[in-house]
Design a protein around this ligand. Sequence first.
Ligand SMILES: Cc1cc2nc3c(=O)[nH]c(=O)nc-3n(C[C@H](O)[C@H](O)[C@H](O)COP(=O)(O)OP(=O)(O)OC[C@H]3O[C@@H](n4cnc5c(N)ncnc54)[C@H](O)[C@@H]3O)c2cc1C
Length: 317
Amino acid sequence: MGNIGILIDVQDGQVKETNYGVVTAAASGAGEKIALVVSDNAVDCKDALQKYGVTKVVHVTADTPVDSDPEAQGKAIAEAIKNFDITTLVGLSTAKGKDQMARAAAELDAPAILDVMALDINAKTVTKSHFSGKTYASIGLTGDVVVIGIRMNAVEAIEAGGDATAESFQASVGGAGRVTITEIKKVESKTVDLTEAKIIITGGRSLESADNFAILRECAEVVGAAVGASRAAVDSGYAPHAMQVGQTGKTVSPNLYIGCGISGALQHFAGMKTSKVIVGINIDKDAPIFSNCDYGVLGDLFEVVPALTKAFKEKLG
Ligand SMILES: Cc1cc2nc3c(=O)[nH]c(=O)nc-3n(C[C@H](O)[C@H](O)[C@H](O)COP(=O)(O)OP(=O)(O)OC[C@H]3O[C@@H](n4cnc5c(N)ncnc54)[C@H](O)[C@@H]3O)c2cc1C
């Protein structure tokens, strides 16, 4: 039957919280649940990962430094898959995760499917949205090894308890690859990462200026939310592209999504329709967002959002 590998997305030496949902997705599968942590420096994450059902944590390095070498990372993961008899590899569909999983799958000539919303780990079937979220496809994977990238927050993390062992594995990747990451530019933000966030507050063209996004940020800071934007807001220069949610922006699945002055165009929904609870704030009762949200607030965002912020502050202290 083989084991299940879980590719851990580590950022600045920390395990991103969204990894735990991936571990939960893997935990119901047969075989060992082996977390692969690919990094030149050992990252101490055994205690955190075993809580969610990981049975073994493997620190993967190679005979050449891997941190800035995507090709070496892909080869090292492929070697670890072979070494630990992994037949299903799951990971987060972050930019880094997608790169690593695609490279590892190519090394092994294995099928890879990324950005899935749900999966049955034993049956090797996944659910993925197509055509900007208009249709869902259930897809079965076949092969000795299959690679599955899961959308952030798509699976709720559930603690499972248990103990994990820890070991190191040095892969032989045959020298440095052809690509070197020389710099990673981070967006300066006081709020949480958009794709990681459990709560997201987005603003549309109706915000009218970059300065007005401050009312969303103020609300977001109270509830620990990330701030996003529609493409119209980005194209108008009110927000950077890194904040864009939608078909040509980020795909998000928070527990709570509050769209402020967002019309709810199909291309916007493509990036956030899997949010657990959607709230729309709009002055137009016929705005498309009201046909697709769980709660609709008919009103001016410049009045509703400050009132929400005040209410959150009172409730949360
Ligand atoms: C190929 C393609 C890809 C695209 N990709 C994306 C994408 O990734 N993300 C994305 O967002 N869009 C994308 N779009 C654009 C998308 O079709 C919409 O044009 C866009 O989402 C509209 O943004 P908006 O809702 O902010 O603006 P608008 O359509 O201008 O809507 C503004 C809304 O705000 C409401 N409003 C106005 N004033 C207030 C107020 N004071 N209080 C409350 N409500 C108010 C209005 O009633 C209206 O509903 C894409 C389009 C194409 C063709």
